[in-house]
Design a protein. Sequence first.
Length: 364
Amino acid sequence: MTTPPAPKYRRELSSFVALNTALAQQKLVWDSKPYFLEYSTNSSCNLRCKMCPQSEELPMVSTPRDKREELLDQLLPHATILTPSALSEPLLNNMKTLIPKLQEHQVSLNLITNGALMTPEVLEMMLPHIHQLTFSIDSQIKEIFEMMRSPANFEEVTEKARLSVARCKEVALPVTIHMVLVADNVPHLEGFVDYVVDDLGAHDITVLELLDSTNDFDQLDAFGVHGEEVVGAALEKMRARCEERGVNLRIEVHAPHGQEFTYYDQPARINSAAIMDIMHVELAKSHLGFCPHVMGYLKVEPDGEAFPCCRGPRELRLGNVIEDGFEAVWNGEPMQRLRKQMFEGNLPKVCQGCAVLEAPKWFK
């Protein structure tokens, strides 16, 4: 008689305990599995955002149709939370393939969308599967928003986000507004807080650091254009406005500006995804200097190429899940080498100064 697999929640907890053991004993081969998975069936996007490599017309990459279910069946049994992204718009995934697999493997979605395709009908379809919903909106100034996120329409995205936030509040689903910090929006950060509260009805903002990933980096770079002191002062004024308006603020930029401030009790669904988020933060705080992504995150691109973090630097390539299989990627020589570097504090150059690595130092 074949023994049925343990319930998903038991496997998640067992894996997390194994991760604690691996970190404590500085093991290089781990029995734990990644609970955060980033994977999209394709790299398609409806926008050409100025700060994204998609603006340079990257070729669209898609998982071969005959490999999609096989790949999902390799990855999802271990995962608790899926971020369906590949420099792409998650709502352009093949949902007919994805949603049944989410249900089968009991995986929740971390959905980060540009909002242009988020109709009420789409939201209702996705709602049972979402753990966290995030809208990427970089400015309350129409001209800046549409310059950054061409060809999106500011009024349309604002209205879709507003309706979505209202609906999510009814079911206690957390909603965050992401903004990428660029030179153009630095003078308007205080007003952005008012826009998020008054126009969107949201109370959670994340400010993201601009990555040097496009030819427009120099003209967009807030710190290069305005200087550290000016940007720091603008972020402090934003924080003060968040405190006044009751808005949570997470600033994911390089030291000394990165911070997290809690001024609002964000609604949340208590499930495996929510609990894993909390445990992950606590574990990261206990192992400062060891990247939280390397602990429990795996990024798999549509062609199977795998990386230990959301930024997917080529220097940290782990292998190819389609060609090599999951285990060969998760415990292969490149990952073992990276774990050893993390334990020794001998960080790869690409990791040095990364906001993800620094963030646990300022977690509350």
